[in-house]
Design a protein around this ligand. Sequence first.
Ligand SMILES: [Zn+2]
Length: 522
Amino acid sequence: MTGAPAVAGSRPVPFDEAVTRYQPVIGLETHVELGTAAKMFCGCPTVFGAEPNSAVCPVCLGLPGSLPVINRAAIEYTITIGLALNCSIASWCRFARKNYFYPDMPKNFQISQYDEPLCTDGWLDVEVGGQTVRVGIERVHLEEDTGKSLHVGGATGRIHGADYSLVDYNRAGIPLVEVVTKPIPGTGALAPAVARAYVTELRDLLRSLGVSDVRMEQGSLRCDVNTSLAPAGAAEWGTRTETKNVNSLRSVERAVRSEIERQAAVLDAGARVIQETRHFHEDSGTTTSGRSKEEAQDYRYFPEPDLVPIAPARDWVEELRAALPETPAEHRLAVWARLGWSVLPDDRQERDKIEAEMAAIVNAGALDLIDATVAAGATPEQARKWWMGELARKANESGVEPAELPITVEQVARVAALEASGALNDKLARQVLDGVLAGEGSPDEVVAARGLAIVTDAGVLAVAVDDAIAASPDIAAKIRAGKTAAAGALVGAVMRATGGQADAGAVRELILRRCTSPGEPA
Ligand SMILES: [Zn+2]
C-alpha cells in the first residue's frame, strides 16, 4: 500500500455538507436475467423457484466433454436492448472466457464478453427534479449467470460462520445481460436520485421490451453502484468503490448517499479511498468493506474456443430496430397528452404542481390505470382523483399495487359517471367503491343492494328541510336577515337526517328558498 492509510470508523460527513465540498461521480452496472425459455448455451428451462438442481444438464453443470450452443433468442434480446439504449451493434464479436474459481460456477470459468461486446456507446435519458440527465451507456454485453450458494448455519447467511453450504445450479447458464454506464459526473447533490432514476427507467424500458421480468426482489435485475468523490473543482476524479447487494430502487439511492458520506469522511481525514467491493446493508443503509477489486488481468480472459463468433446480419438488426415498441418515455408523453398535459402552463408554481403530480402518478404505478379509466369514459380529473386518492389508499392498506385491486377501470369510470350525474355524492361514491372492492358486484349492483342512491324525492327533502328550519329558528332568522352563510348548519342537519344521501348543493338552495319565501312549495 502507498499513500495515506484509510481511516476506519471515522464519522460520516452529513450528506448536504459532503456535496458542497466534494463532487461525486457515479456509475452503474446492471445485470438482467433474460426471460428466454431456455438457458444461454443449453436447452434447460429458465424457471425461478424450481426444486434445486432440477433444471440442469451436462452443459450447464460443466461436465467434461459437453459443448455449448448459443441461444439465438438471447442474442436477439441483447441486440434489442442495445438498440433501445441507442447503442451501436457490433457486426462481428466473440464470447470470452473469464477464468475464476467459485463453487457456484461449475466450469471454473464463465462465458462472458470482454473486449468485443455486442452493443456499445449508447445513452438513456432520465428525468430528475424536472430536468433531463443523459446517462451514457458504455456497453451492453451477454454472459451466463452462475449458480446460487446457500450458506446454512451462522447468523448472517454469509459464508463466514456457516456450518455447511449447498449449491443450486438451476440458475447456472441463464442468459445474463450486463448494462454498464459511462461515468456520470456533474450531478452533485442529485447523484443518489439520478442513480435511482436511471435504474427505474432502465427497468421500465426492459419491461416494455418484454426481454425480462426485471424483478429486483427475485434477482432478475441486480445492480452494482460505483461511487467516487473528489474535492469540488478538482480536475481528476476520485477512486471509486463498487457497492454490491443493492436489491431495491430505494437501496440504489441510499447506497450512493451513504458512500458519499463515508468517502467524504475518509478524504476529510487526509486518507485515501481504497478501490474495493463493498456490501450494502438494508437495515443500516450503510456499506461495509468486501474484497479488494480484481483487475481485468486476474481473470485471464481469452476468446472462447468452443463457440463460433457472432456476426448479426444487418437486415436482422434493422428488423429488430423497426420492431422496437414505444419507449416508457414516449408512452408517458402520450398519456400526458391524453390527460390534457401536453403543454404545461408557463406559471412556475402551476407547472411545478403538475410535474409533482406526474411524478406521483408514475411512482404510484397508476399511469396506465388512469389512462385506461379515461379511455373507459371518465374525465382525466375523475380518473386522477380516484386512482391517486381513495384507491391508492386502499392499495396501500392491503399492501398491493393499485393494478392488483379487485376493481376494473370500467367500474371506476362508472362510479365517476354516477357522481358526475348527481346520482351519487363523494361520500356515497366512496361507499360504492368499498362495495365493489368487497366483491359485492358492479357499481350499479352495489348502489341497488346498499340503497346508496342520492335522495332526489322532493317531498322527502322538503320535509327534512322544514324539520331542520323548525328545529333551529334562530339560524333560520339569521338567514332571513341575509346571513346566508349560516345555512351551513342547516345543510349539515339535513345531510344527517338523510344519512348523507342528499346532494349538499341542492339542499342548500332549498333551505335558502324556504327561508326567504316560506309560502312557496318546495
Ligand atoms: Zn443445461
